[in-house]
Design a protein. Structure first.
Length: 106
């Protein structure tokens, strides 16, 4: 959820014409990460949980890509880009670790 807050902070300064574009896209992708983790955890099997972790991991990669696009468009600073990429990298590793742990239990 910290990544969601970081994305909202970074996108708050985006140009107004991006409200329905990149701003919305990044925010939706970021929110989907903890949402899919929560939904997967609420499922009855580790296999289902792993499926939702995979979806969450895809959303992490979306946020990374969108961050790079925003940086190329000069919508965010190098500092905010680095912070976002560090956060997505960390969240991605956590999701991979959890998925690997669940896979070993199956």
């Amino acid at each position: 959820m910290d990544l969601v807050m970081t994305v909202y902070d970074a996108t708050a300064g985006f140009p107004k014409e991006e409200v329905y574009g990149l701003t919305s896209q990044m925010r939706r992708a970021a929110v989907s990460i903890p949402s899919n983790i929560a939904e997967g955890q609420g499922r009855r099997t580790d296999r289902d949980f792993c499926h939702f972790l995979s979806i969450a991991h895809g959303s992490v990669r979306e946020v990374e890509t969108q961050t790079l696009i925003a940086h190329r468009l000069a919508d965010i600073t190098e500092e905010k880009t680095s912070a976002l990429l560090d956060s997505t990298s960390s969240v991605g590793r956590l999701i991979n670790g959890l998925a690997n742990s669940l896979s070993r239990r199956q």
